[in-house]
Design a protein around this ligand. Structure first.
Ligand code: SF4
Length: 343
């Protein structure tokens, strides 16, 4: 009898990997604090048809339990633009790609402060200073950024993030001492796809910086870009690689193909695929901030409000580094209309 019951359970599980009962069981398990393993993540990935709406609904329940109804807003600024010697296939700022991106050196401390002040006015809680290039080469530039961080921290009510490329442990510690809250360095994609995305630096180089950020005691913002031609298996590889570093925030970018880049002719993902990726990440990362970043407008189009109902709890507000975003007031209205809050 015992054996029969077990056989029945196994059969049911195998026959209906993507149905409502599986979603209900795994949701219940995550809500109770259990982790999703790779086998279960593959079953979530197998969910198709109308069941994906149940998946979104469950991802929302998980988000609500662990993250509440607050939406975190992050404004980013391109503090040094273009002329990058790296060959990242998706990036308009790489000098290997033929794009019309603006090229300028590091902004002044005053200009960075001015932009932070503006970000605060639009309602952002986080302000992220981003620079093009593999790393900050000049000591004077690094010190300028540290000074700007200290000034923003002392005069404004913003958490300051930065994304300055590779960092040594000493640099990570110096940024923390200057008042930096969080550092962004993405894995970008699965290790198996990385050599097709970039050959001028390696996946292991990226990991070294991530480890330095963790060791310095900074919060880690680490995610990737979806829609660069990766398989679903590679998406899960990326998610489980991220899990090893336990980032506080997972930025989710969706390729916005820019003419002149190597990926400029890629077709954007469908809005429902975008939402499914978001929902599965919420199952894998129930407690982390899941931040929807670049490519939202192009990939999600009219379904943008659904990103919060599929598990996201954070987004970039305003313009991106080289492309326009929605007007901030429209995004704030969207959050309000959904009954979510920003504080
Ligand atoms: S992603 Fe960063 S490192 Fe890569 S090309 Fe763009 S600016 Fe350079």
């Amino acid at each position: 009898m015992k054996k029969n019951k077990k056989a029945l359970r196994t059969k049911k599980y195998r026959l209906m990997p993507g149905d409502g009962s599986f979603i209900a069981r795994i949701t219940d398990s995550v809500l109770k604090g259990r982790e999703v393993n790779l086998r279960q993540a593959k079953r979530l990935n197998a969910i198709k048809g109308d069941d994906i709406y149940s998946l979104f609904n469950s991802a929302y329940k998980i988000r609500k339990k662990f993250r509440g109804k607050k939406v975190e807003l992050c404004a980013i600024t391109n503090a040094r633009s273009g002329a990058c010697a790296e060959n990242c296939a998706f990036c308009a700022q790489s000098s290997w790609n033929k794009t019309a991106v603006k090229v300028y050196p590091l902004l002044s401390e005053n200009e960075l402060f001015k932009r932070a002040k503006q970000a605060q006015k639009t309602g952002a809680g986080y302000f992220c200073i981003v620079t093009s290039g593999r790393r900050i080469q000049k000591k004077s530039d690094f010190l300028k950024i540290c000074k700007a961080i200290s000034k923003i921290r002392s005069k404004l009510k913003l958490n300051v993030d930065a994304s300055l490329g590779e960092l040594s442990l000493d640099e990570a510690r110096a940024l923390k001492d200057a008042g930096l809250f969080r550092y962004n360095h993405n894995l970008e994609t699965a290790a198996s796809l990385y050599p097709e995305v970039c050959t001028t630096h390696t996946y292991s180089d990226r990991i070294r910086t991530i480890e330095n950020v963790k060791q310095a005691g900074l919060e880690l913002c680490c995610g990737g870009i979806f829609g660069m031609g990766e398989s679903w298996a590679q998406r899960l590889d990326l998610a489980f690689a991220l899990k090893k570093f336990n980032p506080e925030c997972i930025p989710v970018n969706f390729l916005n193909p820019v003419a002149g880049t190597r990926l400029g002719r890629k077709k954007p993902l469908s809005p429902l695929e975008f939402l499914k990726i978001t929902a599965i990440l919420r199952f894998i990362f129930p407690r982390q901030e899941i931040k929807i970043c670049g490519g939202r407008e192009t990939n999600l189009r009219s379904l943008q409000p659904l990103m919060f109902l599929a598990g996201a709890d954070s987004m970039i507000i305003g313009d991106y580094l080289t492309t326009k975003g929605n007007p901030p007031q429209d995004d704030l209205k969207m959050i309000q209309d959904l009954g979510l809050s920003t504080n």
